[in-house]
Structure formats: C-alpha cells, structure tokens
Design a binder for this molecule. Structure first.
Ligand code: ATP
Ligand code: MG
Length: 374
C-alpha cells in the first residue's frame, strides 16, 4: 500500500525552474570514470558563488575540499546520503554544510551547499559568553571558598584575622551579586531590544539625579562633577530606567578612572543629525564610533558627553570597549566589564549612537546620543 502523502504529482513540474530559484547553491555532478567528476548543472546560487562556467567543468574547479570529495566517494559507494561540514570558499572564510544525495544508482549526485557561517558565529559567541561568565563567577567563588577554609582552620582562634577575612568575603559576595545583576539586566535588555521605547526622558534630569546620587562618594576623593546644559528641552525618546542606567554607567566609569581631585564634565546639547552628534570634542584624541544608528541620520538628537581626566586608553582598546567582560589590562577597577555592553544595548534599542574619544594620559570622553523627542 502506498502512502497518499508521497504520491507523485500527476502534472509535470518545472524542475529546472524550481532548481534555479532555490537559494542554496546546488550542483548536479556526474562521475565520468573513477575519481573524475564533472559538473552537469549548477543553479543560479551556485553560479553566483563559484563565478565560473559550471557546465562541463571538473568538480575540482569548484570544490576541492577533501572532506567533500570523500563524502561524494562514500555516497557513491553506499548509494546513501552523506552530509559533511567544510570551511571556506572565497576570500572570507565561511562554514558550509554539504548535502550529498546520489540519484538512482549513484553515477549522478546532487550536492546542496548550505551556508552555516552565521549559525556557527552565534554558537561560538554563546559558548564564549558562557565560558567568560563562568570564569568571572568562579574567581570570587574560589576566593570565598578559600577564606571559609582558612576560617575553619588557621584563623579559627584569631579574631583579628577573622574580621579581616569576613570583610573580604563580604566584598567578594557583593561582587558576585553585582555580576549576576548585570548579567540579568543585559539579558532583559536584549530580550526587548527590537521593541523601540516610547516614553520621553529629560536627559538633564537623568544626569542630575545620577550626579546627586554619586556626589557623596566622589567628594571623598575630591572629584567634582560639572554639568552644563543649554536652555530648552533635552527630552529624548526613551525608557527612563534604561536611560538612567546608561548615564549611571558612564558617570561611574568617569569617576572610577578619575584621579584624585579630577573633574568630570558632563555637557548636554541638542543637535541636528548624526554628523553633528558625533563631532569630535577632544583634541589629539582617537575618536571611534562604537555604535551608529542605521536610520534617522538627519533627525534631531539629544547628546550627552561625559569627559574625564583619567588615564585614557590606547587606540587598540577602543573597538573592544563595549564587548562583554572586556577590561583594559592593568586597570584594576574591580568592575565586571559589563557596564559598556549594557550601555551599548540600551542605546541600540533607543536607535541612538555611542562614541569614544581617548588619548593615553589625557582622559576619555564618552558621547551618547538619542533621538530627540519632538
Ligand atoms: P562595570 O562597569 O561592569 O562595573 P567596568 O567599568 O570594568 O565594569 P565597563 O564599564 O564595561 O566595565 O568598561 C570596560 C573597560 O573600559 C573598563 O574596565 C576600563 O578598563 C575601560 N574604561 C571604561 N571607561 C573608562 C574611562 N572613562 N577611562 C578609562 N578607561 C575606561
Ligand atoms: Mg563601568
């Protein structure tokens, strides 16, 4: 009994026209004699990929990866399907999966190539992220476990050492909590990154609130936060909590990396267009855009610049600043390295932009711009 679902159609199908429009490269290959194969047909996607005259060409003119040739050999001898992964055709390395399907008795085979580069890249990023996050959590955990052990043994009868160790343990536990908060916050932001916010946030209010909250801490180190803003509206289209989070992270960094007695200058403005928003503001510094909005180049933006007198950063660090867990070597900040990653994702959700200007020994300016509210 035959399954009605696999009954052949009784009308004839335009087979070649169908093959032509399949988005994956597809080749029909024929064995001429042992070890020699020629391409009988390549669809439009295959011609675009290989850029050679495929018809009648030896297979090796298009594909010479040994894995692929072996899979073809295997498919031919077993008469069954073979799938194989291989790397790179062309200038940019890419990852492909080749599906080899013998036709009939196996003198002819169909080869379909699927580009899995993006999937591989996503998978790699996921694996890296997990490895990094675990590593970052393990470090304070190992320290906690070490002190527990010390308190149970050597420091048992030593009240002074005990107090010291407990203070360190509290600090490590707080660090783990911060890390987890930041990770959760990042994942929440990513979840709704594709949904544009719709509130209106006054950037000056957000900056004032954050600055007021950190002033007691900055006063201890003699650091001043100066805020300057023009008259008139500095309303941005945005989610208030997230904008405050951005401002908080940028001011935190500026304060953290400021020398004693340094000044952190926050200047706000409203400009027309992306070009004006990312105008350079620091002479002799390297400027690099970490995020540029892909639309709305001519619309008005509300701009916040946060400039510090800290150590600055060498050029090679700048492109990586907003990567998760990235920290400039030698700067022992105790931070998690997630702050600027959070900033970037929030700003991206807001269809805004982010720029860094820095020069070693001369300080850093971070500029964030958000679409202005009408
Ligand atoms: P977190 O903000 O998560 O507590 P963090 O401050 O180390 O930790 P980010 O805010 O993402 O992480 O910053 C990444 C790195 O960039 C920092 O570790 C620091 O090395 C460098 N950096 C950021 N801002 C400045 C700045 N204003 N001056 C000098 N270096 C900076
Ligand atoms: Mg930070």
């Amino acid at each position: 009994m035959s399954d009605p679902a696999v009954q052949p159609h009784d009308r004839s199908l335009p087979a070649e026209a169908i093959l032509e429009v399949i988005p994956d490269p597809l080749l029909l290959v024929r064995a001429i004699e042992t070890g020699r194969r020629e391409i009988v047909y390549g669809n439009a996607a295959a011609r675009a990929l290989f850029r050679i005259d495929l018809e009648g060409a030896p297979l090796e003119a298009a594909l010479r990866q040994p894995q692929v040739l072996e899979a073809i050999e295997a498919a031919r001898s077993t008469g069954g399907p073979e799938d194989v992964l291989f790397e790179s055709i062309g200038a940019q390395p890419r990852f492909w999966r080749a599906f080899v399907r013998p036709l009939g008795r196996g003198d002819e085979l169909v080869l379909v190539l699927r580009d899995e580069t993006d999937a591989r890249r996503t998978e790699r990023m996921r694996a890296d992220f997990l490895a990094n996050a675990s590593h970052e959590l393990r470090t304070p955990l190992a320290s906690l476990a070490g002190f527990v052990e010390t308190l149970r043994t050597h420091a048992r009868e030593d009240p002074q050492a005990r107090d010291r160790f407990l203070a360190i343990m509290a600090e490590q536990a707080a660090r783990m909590a911060r890390l987890i908060d930041d990770l959760l916050s990042l994942s929440r932001i990513e979840l709704n990154e594709h949904i544009a916010p719709d509130g209106v946030v006054d950037l000056l209010r957000a900056v004032d609130d954050v600055a007021d909250a950190v002033r007691p801490l900055t006063a201890e180190r003699g650091i001043r936060i100066e805020v300057s803003a023009p008259e008139g509206s500095l309303g941005a289209v945005g989610d208030r909590d997230q904008i405050v989070q951005v401002v908080q992270n940028l001011i935190d960094n500026a304060v953290k990396y400021s020398p004693r007695g340094g000044v952190v200058r926050v200047s706000l403005s409203r400009v027309e267009g992306v070009g004006a928003a990312r105008a350079a503001s620091r002479e002799g510094a390297v400027a690099l855009s970490l995020l540029t909005p892909d639309a709305g180049a001519d619309q008005p933006y509300v701009v916040g610049r946060i400039a510090d007198e800290g150590p600055g950063m060498a050029r090679q660090h700048l492109p990586r600043l907003s990567e998760r867990f990235y920290r400039v070597e030698g700067q022992t900040s105790g931070g998690t390295g997630l702050g600027l990653a959070i900033v970037k994702h929030v700003v991206n959700r807001h269809r805004g932009g982010l720029m860094v200007e820095s020069a070693e020994g001369q300080g850093t300016t971070l500029t964030v711009y958000l679409p202005a509210a009408l």
